[in-house]
Structures are given as structure tokens and as C-alpha cells.
Design a protein around this ligand. Structure first.
Ligand code: ZN
Length: 698
């Protein structure tokens, strides 16, 4: 699957304290005595603006993040099973508890009274948490797949084998999915993408610093242990693990970096099946397409031509036994969590969650099974969630706020001094075409063709992945479905889709601590309003601005305005490049540019929109509530959405792979660029929270 997605948070599972402790020893000594919380938050713990979290011993003009969040940090020690824990995770855990109740009820319901969807989510869940059966079965459920790989005789057998592995969700060599043609967004065509790596990103294979070298050794050790668990001798497993690293390193070197992948121009290589088939002289693309049930002719996008050249070269000079070793590793890797016996599951956790991201304890099984179903059967579970937890009023309120923020953006574009009237007209045209999607899909996905069998945990995973693979490819040749959602309704996140030009806010995020009808506008606009503004600004960030109102990759800027945008954006690239996140690792200003632009632009739009609303309501800007003026409440609510504790290992991974800046900088660095913030707290000119040379684009 391919999508250009700009979410607020990024994958929740991947994103976290000692670095915080190091930066803010003050919170241990702060005045307020709030009890540490054990167990998940309850709805009453979650407020959009919470004065009890504020640390008055900190000067808001020196470190606003600590000022706004220290109380939360004190109250919420980082749980052992989390690599980061913030307000998004707080709500995510509460939602997950609600989903668990739905799943348990579906699992326990009488078979004759269940709806088809209840049967599927209930039996998937019951099978997933049944570790006794999974442990007893051992590798047996995966044996047919292992046999299939073992039987491969030559690279001539690979097209059908890879198609089969791709169908069941195994990430080997490359990927295929549907995507909107970059140059004609009304067409859905096959996208062939680079893939096949076991480490998080291509640079993990090439960096030469001591930590990266150590991580590669730990990776090889992990692959070796997985082969031993699968029955290989120690010597064979060690040899095979080296083979895996060598093969993946070749693929990695031919792949784009995460930063390069952010520029859609680097991914736009329209061609057709016949032309790519010619490039792949050692791989029958028609055979592959037939086995994958993908089109055997017609237009495609070859996202990374250099990668496919290398894939072809690799097939020519790599013995089939080495390729089989590589396939076997990825098969084990794909099914180890939740599908294979405990030792596989633990070993996978140890490398990916503990070593790479610093988790101290594995998440309980029910949590992981619940998240898996939320991902693989998203609408079957999401439909039940929405019926129980998303009141229609919340949808209407969120929509009203979205419209208000879109109006503010229109005014903001009009007021820009650096942009010509010509580009302004196009920008507003694009703005007026943005489609607002709130809560959940109008039309739920139909799972009637998906079979879920009680007691068959691994088989359920296989069939769910096959179902999704087929569902995705079935979109090819049809007009794009703009009503479709890329994330599930309970997700605590939001996104902008540049090819569909729509903003998406699922039910999961439209509740406290991000949004509440019991709080004043200042709090709601500072928090949820800034998120709405963030997603909207993505349509006009360094990536989104390259797409026109119809989602085509087409330059609608005058040359001069494009240059002015880039000059202004460069100010932010430098600003974030200078931030050292853990010793020796800096933020990547180019990788995070789109998100940083969206953070700054989004907060500014929320502020303008709220000011309009306050003026219309004749709000007394000096009247204090809970001891704070309306403007102060706006900024504090903004900061409090980002209270997050993060493990240093996770910070390193985030800086190297994630386009989002860590939450501390999403607060302080953004506010430093907004002098209006400083005015609300009467900050002195030389205060740390006031940048002497603020960056500003939107
Ligand atoms: Zn974003």
C-alpha cells in the first residue's frame, strides 16, 4: 500500500524519560503534590486545559513546556511497557480499554446471536489471546509457507512465490499497491515500491557511527536467534543471519532515504508494465502480476527505479539458497508477533521495542491483540466503537471549528505580504476545495468475504492480510474513493491526504484531553483547533504545496513566490537542524520541515480563528478563569496536548526516521516563532521563549 500521509503523530506503536529528567530536575521539587497514577486514565483525568498540571516555579517565558507540563510529568511516570507516553498515548490507552470491552463481549456472545462482524472480531480476539493453543501448535501453522519457500528451485520460481508472500503481508524485496497517479489524480494505478528491509530505514545499513554499527550487530544477532528458534543449528543460523544483512544492505543502498521519500518528485516515475518487465530481465513481471492478481499491462508508477535495477542485478548474481534464507527470515519476522509461540514473540519484542526503542516490558497481550484488530479489521471494530462512544454532537462541533479555521486561513492568505495576487488566488482555490471528513466513514467496509476461524490465530492473520491486499488492488482502474479512510475511527490521530485534498479527524481524537464541549473556546481552539490548522497547513507545506486542488502534482506557484516560500522554509530547516536531541544526534530539519511548517502554521490559524470568535462574542480578554486570561489558556492548552515522556532510545529512532519533531520542540520551538505568545505572558524581549529572528511562512 502506498499513501502520502501526514498524520499528527505518526504510528502510535512506534513513538517517548531520562532526557526529560536531565532537562528538568525541577519537577521533582515542584510545589504541587499530585498523586502518581497507577493504571489508565479515566475520562475525568483528561481535561483540555488543566491548571493543576502547571508548574508555577517555572518562568513561562523561559521554558513554557516545563511550565505547562511538569505536573503531568510528575503524575504520569513512563510506564515500563511504553517507549513514549504522552497525552495522545493517555487517550489511546483509554480508547484501547473501550475496544477491549467490545472485543470481549463479541468473543463471549452466544454464537447464534452474534452479527457476522461480531463473529469476526470476537473470534479473531479470542484466538489471538489464546497463547496456550499458539504455543502448542508451534511452527505447524506456518509450515506450508516454509515448505513453499524450501521447494524453490531457481529464480524462475520467484515471481509466483513473491506474489504469494506479498498477498499474505510479508515484506520481501519490493511492494505493490494501488495509488493515485501523481500527474492525473483521477486515475488509480499500480504503484511498485521499494521494500524488503528488516531495520527501520535504509540509513541503518550505512551509518558508520559506533551506535549504528552496534545496532547492526544486534540486528544480525536477532535474526540469528530467530533462525535458531525455527530449528537451525547455531552455525547455520549465524551464517544465514549474515546473508540476510548482506542482501538487505544491497537493497538499502539502492533505496531512497526517508528525507528523499518526502519529495513526491522523487517518487513520480510513470511507466507501464511492459517497460518495467524489460528492466527486470531476471524476473517475469507478467508472471508476478498474474499471481498477485494485479494488472498485466497498462500504466504503473515505478516509485524507485534505481531500486528495481538493483533488485534485478541481485537476482542475477545471488544463489537461490541465499534468497530462500532471506525469504524465510521475513516470513518468520512477519508472523512472530501474535502468530508464533512465545519465544518468537519475546525475541521480536527484545530487538524492536527494547533495543531500538528502550521499552522495559512487553505490552500485555490483550493490548497488542486489540491494536491488531483495530488495524486489520478497522471498520468492523470501528463501527461498534462509534456507536458506543461518539455522540453526533461532537461531530457537529468539530465541523464548525474546522469551517472557522478554514475561514481564518482564507484571511491569512489575503494578508500575506510576500505572496503575489496570482498565487494567492490559486491557494484560495485549493483551500476552498479541501474536503472535511470527521469521525468515521460514511460507508463501512464489507468484510463478508473474510473468513475468521476460532482457534486459528496465524491463519486469521494470513487471511486478514490477503483480504486487505486484494481490497487495495481492487481499487485499480476505478475512480479514487475520497470517502475512504486510511486510519480507524478510534485512532488518536489525524491526517491530510494531498492527492485527495481532504483532512481527516477520526472519532478517537475528538474527545478530552484534546476537545470537550465542557471547556471554553480558548482551550478548545488552542488544542483541537491547532490540530485542525495543522492538517490544513499540510496542504500548503513543502510537500503539499506541490499538489494542486485536484491532487495532481502540478506547480501552481509563480516562480518568484515559489522561491520566496523556499527561502522562508529554509529558516525553519536551519532552526530545527540546530537542535541536538540526544548526544550526537540532531534533528533533521529537512525531514521534519513539513510537520514543523504545519505545527507553526496550524497554531497561527487556530489563534486567528479564536481571536475572531472571541471578538464576535465580546469576550473580556482580561477576565481570568482558573487564574488565567483567555489568551493564556489558549497557549497552555496548546502546550498541554504535547506533555510527553520519551525514552532516549526512542528519541534517537524518532530523530532518524520520523518526520515529526519531538513534542518538547513541537511546543517551545513553535511558540518561540510567535511573538503573540510572548505578549500574552508579558515576556521580556530577551526571554528564551521569544526568538530574536522568528521564522514564519504561513
Ligand atoms: Zn502532520
Amino acid at each position: 500500500m502506498f499513501s502520502v500521509r501526514n498524520s499528527t503523530l505518526g504510528p502510535l506503536t512506534a513513538l517517548a524519560a531520562c532526557v526529560f529528567v536531565a532537562l528538568c530536575g525541577a519537577w521533582i521539587a515542584m510545589g504541587q503534590e499530585l498523586p502518581e497514577r497507577s493504571g489508565p486514565a479515566t475520562p475525568s483525568d483528561l481535561r483540555v486545559f488543566d491548571p493543576t498540571l502547571i508548574d508555577k516555579s517555572i518562568d513561562p517565558c523561559e521554558n513554557f513546556y516545563r511550565y505547562s507540563c511538569n505536573g503531568w510529568f510528575k503524575r504520569n511516570p513512563l510506564p515500563a511497557d511504553q517507549t513514549r507516553y504522552g497525552r495522545f498515548d493517555e487517550l489511546h490507552e483509554l480508547n484501547r480499554l473501550h475496544l477491549r470491552q467490545i472485543l470481549e463481549a463479541a468473543a463471549d456472545a452466544h454464537p447464534e446471536t452474534r452479527t457476522p462482524n461480531e463473529q469476526k472480531i470476537g473470534d479473531y480476539y479470542a484466538s489471538c489471546i489464546d497463547t496456550a493453543t499458539i504455543d502448542k501448535l508451534g511452527l505447524k501453522p506456518l509450515q506450508p509457507e516454509l515448505d513453499r519457500i524450501a521447494a524453490l528451485q531457481s529464480v524462475g520460481d520467484l515471481p509466483a512465490a513473491l506474489a504469494h508472500l506479498h498477498r499474505i503481508g510479508v515484506n520481501v524485496f519490493f511492494g505493490i499497491g494501488s495509488g493515485q497517479d501523481f500527474t492525473d489524480a483521477s486515475q488509480v494505478i499500480p504503484f511498485y515500491s521499494a521494500g524488503g528491509l528488516g531495520l527501520p530505514e535504509r540509513d541503518y545499513y550505512t551509518r558508520t557511527d559506533a551506535k549504528s554499527v552496534e545496532q547492526r550487530k544486534q540486528y544480525v544477532d536477532h535474526v540469528r536467534k530467530m533462525f535458531v528458534l525455527a530449528g537451525e543449528s547455531d552455525a547455520q543460523a549465524a551464517k544465514d543471519a549474515d546473508t540476510v544483512l548482506a542482501l538487505e544492505t544491497r537493497l538499502a543502498k539502492a533505496s531512497l532515504t526517508v528525507t528523499e521519500q518526502r519529495n513526491p518528485q522523487n517518487l513520480n516515475h510513470p511507466t507501464d508494465v511492459a517497460a518495467l518487465a524489460k528492466v527486470l530481465s531476471h524476473f517475469s513481471l507478467p508472471d508476478y502480476a498474474a499471481a498477485a492478481k494485479a494488472p498485466g499491462s497498462g500504466k504503473i508508477n515505478d516509485l524507485e527505479p534505481k531500486f528495481f535495477d538493483e533488485f534485478n542485478a541481485l537476482l542475477a548474481d545471488t544463489p537461490i539458497d541465499q534468497i530462500k534464507t532471506y525469504l524465510r527470515w521475513h516470513l518468520l519476522h512477519a508472523y512472530a508477533p501474535l502468530g508464533l509461540p512465545e519465544p518468537f514473540d519475546k525475541e521480536t519484542w527484545n530487538f524492536y521495542s527494547h533495543i531500538l526503542n528502550g521499552a522495559e516490558q512487553e505490552q500485555e497481550r490483550w493490548k497488542r491483540c486489540t491494536s491488531r484488530i483495530d488495524f486489520e479489521l478497522m471498520d468492523a471494530l470501528g463501527q461498534a466503537y462509534v456507536a458506543k462512544y461518539f455522540p453526533p454532537e461532537a461531530k457537529q462541533q468539530a465541523l464548525n471549528m474546522t469551517i472557522a479555521i478554514e475561514q481564518a486561513m482564507g484571511k491569512d492568505i489575503d494578508s500575506l505580504e510576500w505572496m503575489s495576487a496570482e498565487t494567492k488566488a490559486r491557494a484560495k482555490e485549493k483551500l476552498h476545495t479541501v474536503m472535511n471528513k470527521i469521525g468515521y466513514p460514511d460507508k463501512w467496509r464489507d468484510y463478508s468475504k473474510l473468513e475468521i476461524i476460532h482457534g486459528d490465530a496465524l491463519g486469521n492473520q494470513e487471511r486478514a492480510r490477503e483480504f486487505e491486499f486484494a481490497r487495495d488492488l481492487a481499487k485499480i482502474g476505478k475512480p479514487p474513493d475520497k470517502s475512504e479512510w486510511q486510519i480507524s475511527p478510534p485512532t488518536v490521530d489525524a491526517y491530510y491526504d494531498p492527492q485527495q485534498n481532504n483532512i481527516n479527524f477520526p472519532a478517537g481524537i475528538l474527545q478530552p484531553p484534546f476537545f470537550s464541549d465542557k471547556e471554553d473556546d480558548a482551550a478548545n481552539y488552542g488544542d483541537m483547533g491547532s490540530t485542525i490548522g495543522h492538517e490544513l497547513t499540510h496542504g500548503f507545506d513543502d510537500e503539499g504545496r506541490q499538489f494542486d486542488k485536484d491532487g495532481n502534482l502540478k506547480d501552481w506557484w509563480t516562480k518568484e513566490d515559489g522561491q520566496k516560500f523556499n527561502d522562508r522554509a529554509q529558516c525553519m530547516v536551519k532552526q530545527y537542524d540546530s537542535i541536538e536531541i540526544v548526544p550526537g544526534v540532531h534533528l533533521n530539519g529537512k525531514l521534519t520541515l513539513g510537520e514543523n511548517l504545519a505545527d507553526l502554521g496550524g497554531l497561527w490559524l487556530a489563534w486567528l480563528s479564536w481571536l475572531d470568535k472571541a471578538e464576535a462574542a465580546h469576550l473580556d480578554m482580561n477576565a481570568k478563569l482558573d487564574g488565567y486570561t483567555p489568551a493564556q489558556r489558549f497557549w497552555i492548552a496548546y502546550a498541554q496536548q504535547w506533555c510527553t515522556q520519551t525514552r532516549p532510545e526512542q528519541l534517537r529512532t524518532q530523530a532518524q526516521t520520523n518526520p515529526h519533531s519531538p513534542d518538547e520542540y513541537r511546543t517551545n520551538t513553535v511558540l518561540q516563532d510567535l511573538p503573540e505568545f510572548g505578549k500574552s505572558f508579558n515576556c521580556k524581549k530577551d526571554a528564551k521563549m521569544l526568538s530574536p529572528n522568528p521564522c514564519r511562512v504561513w
